[in-house]
Design a protein. Structure first.
Length: 306
């Protein structure tokens, strides 16, 4: 793997970080990443992956850019990944009055997230260890790439940070309390079994029966998850995908993995895309504290929370 030189970064004297675009020689062709370098670094780094149902989203959406800037304000180096997207079928696009778009299928995006993490961990951008994390479908990609790194005995993340992840193509049913909350909030009731199945079939480009654990990490057994890094997971409250996250957390614990699990009360799926939502700021504080606390610099000294 080659480490590409950085282009000139844009910054201002009062900015908490400098931001630069880089193009890596990725596993499926050029791979764009955006690097956020804090002016006061604390040793920690994270590769962060946006969501969007595997088929939408970009580096400018709040779930990517705003989140990265918030982490940088806490002294954390951030690398955001512009992974290749799955297609948007014409029937999906028609609902919003737009047209469909071609795209790629698994394992392209998963390979690219794994590659970006390996690049970051060798880049020297952070003096300490690196976390890998993401939101929604980005959480799936982060978890799947982490699992592949563990199984292939490559450098694994020191921490996996997941926000309202989707981890099951066929997820468990919500309990009565969550079902009632979803019924009271129809706008939040977006991730029922049919919608989730269609999302994964589009991502895979195939039936669900042949999907491996790196594509659908929620299907991994406790034995499969042996050696998985520590996890902090922050779920939305009124969100059927919370069931997927909680089920995965249970299997991680069965495998002996250190899991810190939170639910932002009253929140709905995608709150990191709404910076003014109190749940977004609360989640950033939880994530940043755990990232900084987990990382060690090159001398092995534990970084203090702050």
């Amino acid at each position: 793997m080659t480490i590409d030189p950085a282009p000139a970064a844009s910054s201002s004297s009062d900015a908490p970080s400098t931001v630069s675009q880089r193009v890596l020689e990725g596993p499926h062709g050029p791979l764009d990443v955006r690097v956020y370098l804090p002016n006061a670094r604390r040793g920690a780094g994270i590769v962060w992956v946006h969501g969007g149902g595997f088929a939408s989203g970009d580096l400018d959406m709040p779930e990517s850019d705003w989140v990265a800037r918030q982490f940088a304000e806490h002294g954390i180096v951030v690398v955001c990944v512009e992974y290749r997207l799955a297609p948007i079928p014409n029937e999906w696009a028609a609902r919003s009055g737009s047209s469909g778009r071609s795209g790629v299928h698994y394992p392209v995006a998963s390979d690219e997230v794994e590659y970006a993490f390996r690049w970051a961990s060798e880049s020297g951008l952070a003096t300490g260890e690196w976390a890998l994390g993401g939101a929604s479908a980005g959480g799936n990609l982060a978890a799947g790439a982490s699992l592949r790194l563990v199984h292939n005995e490559r450098t694994r993340p020191a921490l996996v940070a997941l926000s309202y992840p989707t981890l099951h193509s066929v997820q468990p049913a919500p309990d009565a309390a969550l079902r009632a909350a979803l019924d009271r909030n129809p706008d939040a009731d977006r991730f029922g079994p049919d919608a989730v199945r269609a999302m994964y079939e589009n991502y895979l480009g195939a039936s669900l029966s042949g999907a491996d654990i790196f594509a659908v990490p929620g299907t991994a057994s406790a034995d499969d998850l042996e050696g998985f890094p520590p996890v902090i997971m922050i779920n939305a409250d009124v969100d059927e995908l919370r069931v997927s996250g909680e089920a995965f957390a249970d299997t991680l614990r069965e495998a002996g993995v250190d899991v810190e699990l939170h639910t932002e009360i009253g929140s709905q799926h995608g709150f990191l895309n709404i910076p003014e939502d109190p749940a977004a700021a609360a989640a950033i504080e939880r994530f940043a504290a755990r990232i900084v606390d987990t990382m060690r610099d090159s001398t092995g000294v534990r970084r203090e929370r702050g």
